[in-house]
Structures are given as structure tokens and as C-alpha cells.
Design a protein. Structure first.
Length: 98
């Protein structure tokens, strides 16, 4: 199943909600599972982004639906990237170009 990296930044409402209920992170993960996306890994970050999630989803359409649903809440913004495993990438390159 395809993998995706989702970087997220909390807005003021999202930060307040997280401060008041840190376990909310796990509740959101369960909601993602209900939408057909599996959370493989999750990290809190320091810097430009607040969280990094490694996700597995059946396709880009599912990920687009999830990203839109999360953004519609108004508590965070996301950046979602397709992740290709290195061995798969190497195989796709074949013998190289030179």
C-alpha cells in the first residue's frame, strides 16, 4: 500500500485544544483509521512543523480526502508528500542513465 508523509502545523485553536487534551492526538489517529488510512509512525517536531506522520493509504484520493477533512476543522494545516521506499526507487531507475 502506498505511503505518505504528512507534515502538520497547528493553528491557535489546534494548539489550545492539544494543550487541554493531549490524548486528542490518539483520537485523531483513530479517525484516520476510520477513513481508511493507517498511521505507521508519528512524531512531534520542533521547528517549522509541529508533527510528522508516516501514513499508509490505498491511494492519493483517500489521502486528499483525509487532508481536506483535517484542514476543514480549522485547527491545523498540512503538507502531504508521497513517499517511495528506497529499494522501489532504485528498482525504478533500473541500470541508471550512464
Amino acid at each position: 500500500m502506498p505511503k505518505y508523509v504528512m507534515l502538520s502545523t497547528l493553528g491557535p485553536d489546534g494548539a489550545a485544544r492539544l494543550r487541554d487534551s493531549p490524548r486528542r492526538l490518539k483520537e485523531v489517529n483513530a479517525e484516520l483509521e476510520d477513513m481508511g488510512v493507517r498511521v505507521l509512525s508519528q512524531y512531534a517536531l520542533l521547528g517549522q512543523f509541529d508533527f510528522l506522520n508516516i501514513l499508509e493509504a490505498p491511494d492519493e484520493v483517500t489521502m486528499a480526502r483525509v487532508a481536506t477533512s483535517l484542514a476543514a476543522r480549522g485547527t491545523l494545516k498540512t503538507l502531504t508528500l508521497t513517499a517511495i521506499e528506497v529499494d522501489t526507487f532504485i528498482d525504478a531507475l533500473g541500470e541508471g542513465v550512464g
